[in-house]
Design a protein around this ligand. Structure first.
Ligand SMILES: Cc1cc2nc3c(=O)[nH]c(=O)nc-3n(C[C@H](O)[C@H](O)[C@H](O)COP(=O)(O)OP(=O)(O)OC[C@H]3O[C@@H](n4cnc5c(N)ncnc54)[C@H](O)[C@@H]3O)c2cc1C
Ligand code: SF4
Length: 500
């Protein structure tokens, strides 16, 4: 048989399972040319993806593999052209994360004259054989139960089979501190000088108009060796305070104490299990406290794997859910950052510059705003898919439609994450330089997060009363006097009319 191993652009694993198959003739990697993208991707995302793919291809060639690195206008036509040119009759591929690529392969296996052999996805933990079988009874599990099982199965931060290290599964209560008012030294992440391959990629992207964000100062890791150095840098310099300040937001640091490793993990440059073991070791050797090690590991084997699982079960309908019937178009300032709300401006400006913002900025600033302003979930999802360097459909869609907007009606997270300015003021330094007053609910200085929040609580009082975690909001609203309530709604409606 004439066999090709197809390696997708987000499957750049050092230990890709296909590379140890004896009877493959060659490897195929398809780079979709930038001018063919309909979506407006962040320039740094495009640069990272293209440079990482080209570095990976070079490494395979250096290791003696025959590689067909092919540029094409679409992934499917690139694969089809390769099959025709090399008369391929068997195509090996690792199970894709994307529903749409999976769908394409399923269709091909019925319609094309080529045998398609799909290998299990070793990029994620839950799809590896030893995990997959032991998770089969968790179809409807909530994230916390899913996470506990992943801890038990991986043995990470466990004493024996069922006893969590530190006596508790979850140290979330220690992860909610704002940064101290008198400041804190935060070490900047390691930067990587672009080499010849990356410089070439940057030049190609630079002359291309149809993209978003800035390419300036591109300094990301582009291969697994550099990504490992980025892991070491995180563990050495930021992990110990990751737990305590996980939810803190500030204008003075892009990453705060976060890892900035998601984009590398999503490309396959970092193995999530190896990463979690490195973090566990840092805890065991006394370098970092339990709330940091557990908090980080929960994000990776808890949330990340859970989102991958939910995506695999809820697509394709997850893309079009809209359980709160929100229809307002995305305002222009989501693309430009031109708004007088300091929190939103800060986060969007950072995204334009870097293609990154940390979890709480995505959740408690952006999707919080989108929820209270009733923005159309499909437009919000499209925006998140476009502007982040770590954006891939399988991770964006459950986070936006499920966790962020609750547009799925609570299948992924039990309640919508939304708040007034109170939370933002407590957890960040945004409000001190804002033209709005986070303590005011009415009047010209009133913070939009306040009047939009209370308008939403009033509008959805029936639904929110059913959930014991959001019932408190309705009770608080009922304690406000009627004239204030009236003014809040007037303010909110007028403000919503104005934003375009
Ligand atoms: C609305 C919204 C959109 C998001 N879009 C993306 C996205 O496009 N790509 C992406 O990888 N993550 C996304 N996330 C999840 C999370 O915000 C990012 O993974 C994280 O901010 C990346 O920064 P970091 O590497 O510094 O993370 P850290 O705070 O250092 O966390 C460690 C790792 O945990 C994983 N992680 C943490 N939370 C989640 C989560 N909810 N879902 C999946 N993985 C998680 C990431 O791999 C991350 O690298 C989104 C979350 C929300 C609420
Ligand atoms: S006052 Fe309101 S709009 Fe301004 S930064 Fe604070 S929360 Fe954001």
């Amino acid at each position: 048989m004439n066999s090709t191993l197809l390696i997708l652009g987000d499957q750049l694993l050092d230990r890709h399972p296909g590379l140890s198959i004896n009877d493959i003739e060659r490897v195929l990697i398809v780079e979709v040319v930038i001018s063919s993208y309909d979506r407006l991707y962040h320039r740094k995302r495009l640069a990272l993806l293209m440079s990482a793919m080209r570095h990976y291809s070079k490494r395979l060639k250096d290791a003696g593999f025959e590689v067909d690195y092919r540029q094409a206008h679409r992934l499917d036509t690139g694969i089809q052209d390769h099959i025709t040119e090399f008369s391929v009759d068997r195509l090996f591929v690792m199970d894709p994360d994307s529903y749409w690529v999976k769908d394409m392969l399923d269709t091909w296996s019925q319609t094309m004259d080529v045998e398609i052999s799909v290998m299990s996805n070793t990029k994620m933990l839950r799809t590896r054989e030893e995990f997959a079988n032991s998770l089969s009874d968790l179809e409807n599990a909530r994230q916390e139960n899913f996470y506990r099982r992943m801890r038990s199965l991986s043995g990470i931060l466990m004493k024996g089979n069922n006893s969590p290290e530190g006596g508790k599964w979850n140290f979330d209560f220690s992860n909610r501190k704002p940064l101290p008012k008198n400041g804190l030294t935060i070490t900047e992440p390691l930067k990587f000088e672009p080499d010849e391959i990356t410089v070439q990629v940057l030049q190609e992207i630079d002359i291309h108009d149809h993209a978003f964000g800035s390419l300036e100062g591109f300094d990301l890791a582009v291969d697994s060796h550099q990504a490992e150095l980025a892991v070491d840098d995180f563990v050495e310099n930021r992990l110990s305070l990751f737990g305590r300040y996980e939810d803190a937001m500030t204008t003075s640091s892009d990453l705060v104490f976060h890892s900035g490793l998601s984009a590398y993990m999503n490309l396959g440059l970092i193995d999530p299990l190896t990463l979690c073991k490195t973090v566990e070791e840092a805890y065991v050797s006394g370098k970092v406290p339990i709330e940091s090690a557990e908090g980080f590991i929960r994000q990776v084997i808890g949330w990340r794997e859970y989102m991958h699982f939910k995506y695999s079960r809820l697509m394709p309908s997850l893309e079009s859910v809209n359980s709160w019937n929100h229809v307002k178009p995305l305002p222009k300032f989501w693309w430009t950052g031109q708004t007088d709300m300091t929190c939103v401006k800060s986060v969007v400006d950072k995204v334009i510059k870097t293609g990154y913002s940390h979890h709480i900025e995505r959740l408690m600033i952006l999707t919080n705003f989108a929820f209270v302003a009733e923005l159309d979930p499909r437009e919000v999802n499209e925006w998140f898919n476009s502007v982040y360097i770590d954006a891939y459909d399988w991770v964006v869609t459950p986070n936006v439609m499920g966790m962020g907007l609750n547009a799925d009606g609570g299948t992924i997270a039990t309640k919508p994450y939304f708040s007034s300015a109170n939370y933002i003021n407590r957890m960040s330094d945004y409000c001190s330089s804002c033209r709005y007053d986070p303590k005011k609910r009415t009047g010209k200085e009133a913070c939009p997060f306040n009047f939009l929040f209370w308008r939403k609580v009033e509008k959805e009082r029936e639904r929110l009363s059913h959930n014991f975690r959001s019932r408190m909001m309705v009770r608080q609203l009922d304690r406000m006097d009627e004239s204030e309530q009236y003014e809040i709604f007037q303010n909110a409606n007028a403000w919503l009319e104005r934003i375009k």
